[in-house]
Design a protein around this ligand. Structure first.
Ligand code: MN
Ligand code: MN
Length: 296
């Protein structure tokens, strides 16, 4: 079962103005082939489907525990998209007080037409995320190899998205995901190497592009996030340390299982946008009309 904590894994800065184009690009990290919905659902279904869980315990713990972290990643991407879409009324110039006017020419019309300025379970190309993205064979080595590949592809997506936007809110979130995805990529490489006796990092450099190249990722590395594997459970998944040990790949510092969750930050509370439902209607007029009805 799952517990839920009403916090985000990082404290997201509030953007000073709307940035629907960055929101459109960041969607890839939600529902793209290598997005957070894919990592979440792959590890979740694998953890459901593994047999002999006790026999493969440290590996089962690893996959199940990372799945819980990924749930917080989709939450983080969603809140980033929503923050990037916020203030579309106040910021819009000529196209007016009507945020729906921004749907024309917007990077992602669904943000306006379907969700009322909210995130979609889809990639940047507009294709809805699908269960076809889940690879869960019940074969531990095969699933771990897939997860290593998935985190490698996810890293590529994060790095490209980071470079595609200069938005500070988006980059703060992506910087964090680059660091955390780096931990997952490294953990799956380590798990595979332990299982097979083959040094997986000889096949592909881990990491290929170092996280410290990205200022927003470096900031989180300075706090140690690149060497922590958080235990997202008060009492369970206690064998993570059998895999997550030794030296962190990029800095050589010691890997550490942290029996805690990230410090995190508040879930942004965005103001209502009545214009999404009745464009160009002044809320004061509606209130006035209401009073007249009541008095008639
Ligand atoms: Mn993730
Ligand atoms: Mn991951």
């Amino acid at each position: 079962m799952f517990l839920r904590i009403d916090k985000l894994q990082v404290d997201l800065p509030r953007p000073s103005s709307a940035d629907p184009d960055s929101a459109a690009v960041v969607q890839e990290l939600m529902g793209g082939k290598f997005g957070e919905m894919s990592t979440l659902m792959n590890y979740t279904y694998q953890s459901f489907n593994f047999r002999g869980k006790n026999k493969i315990r440290p590996y089962y713990d690893l996959v199940a525990n990372i799945a819980a972290e990924e749930m917080g990643h989709i939450e983080l991407v969603a809140n980033t998209v929503n923050l990037l879409l916020d203030r579309t009324v106040a910021d819009s110039d000529g196209s007016g007080a009507n945020p729906l006017g921004m749907a024309l020419g917007a990077g992602y019309p669904d943000h306006f037409l379907n969700t009322g300025l909210g995130t979609m379970p889809a990639g940047a190309g507009g294709i809805a995320w699908s269960g076809d993205n889940v690879f869960s064979t019940g074969n531990l080595k095969l699933d771990l190899l897939h997860n290593f590949f998935l985190e490698s592809g996810a890293r590529m997506g994060k790095i490209r998205t980071y470079e595609a936007t200069s938005n500070e809110t988006a980059r703060e979130m992506i910087g964090y995901l680059i660091v955390r995805g780096g931990v997952h990529q490294e953990a799956y490489a380590k798990a595979l190497s332990d299982l097979s006796g083959v040094d997986v990092t000889k096949l592909l450099p881990v990491p290929d592009i170092e996280s410290k190249n990205f200022p927003h990722a470096k900031k989180f590395m300075d706090k140690g996030y690149h060497r922590f594997l958080y235990k997202f459970s008060p009492n369970d998944y206690n064998e993570l340390g059998q895999i997550w040990n030794g030296d962190q790949a990029e800095t050589g510092e010691k890997r550490e299982v942290v029996d805690d969750i990230p410090e995190g930050g508040p879930v942004p509370d965005l103001t209502e946008v009545p214009e999404m439902f009745a464009p160009n209607v002044d809320p004061n007029d509606v209130e006035e009309l209401g009073k007249r009805f009541l008095n008639s």
